[in-house]
Design a protein around this ligand. Sequence first.
Ligand code: FES
Ligand code: FES
Length: 183
Amino acid sequence: MNKVTTLKRSQQQNAHIGCQVNREPVQVSVAPGKTLLEMLREDLQLTGTKHGCELGECGACAVLVDGEPILSCLYLALEAEGCSIDTVEGMALDGRLHPLQEAFADLGGAQCGYCTPAILLTCKALLDKQPDPDRDQIREALSGNLCRCTGYQQIFESVEEAILRLDHSEQGTDLKSVPGSGG
Ligand code: FES
Ligand code: FES
């Protein structure tokens, strides 16, 4: 009897939330104190989002909520109700890596890779708003993301290379859309 009462209480404590994760609708039952980081890793098995300090200091857990980088270790899953969440698993589209992912792989922006998912998403949020940031703007955007491996030089160079690739791919798209431009 006690067991049943305890179970009912714990069930009552859970709440169902609905949100979008990587463009797909999801429904999850979560305890009120569960963080978005825990929900992503434990309930949705999206382990690309990394578990670091859990104190808001390392930035390894960053994901995008409605396009803005947030620290998922400090963000309650319940707050994500109705929101659109992007994790690193959703960056590739139609089987193609995002240009940021390609540039990080090509230029050594990712070494052990622990900080990389959060850095990629933080940079994506920056480039979605500001397609041509300078080095200081990139540095400022990444000021909350700690990396123990790269010394940051390769990270900055990777972001700058991705900006060039994005720019070229957009020019390519524009050209293809001009009637009579061939193709
Ligand atoms: S895990 Fe370090 S800031 Fe979230
Ligand atoms: S690549 Fe290892 S912590 Fe950044």
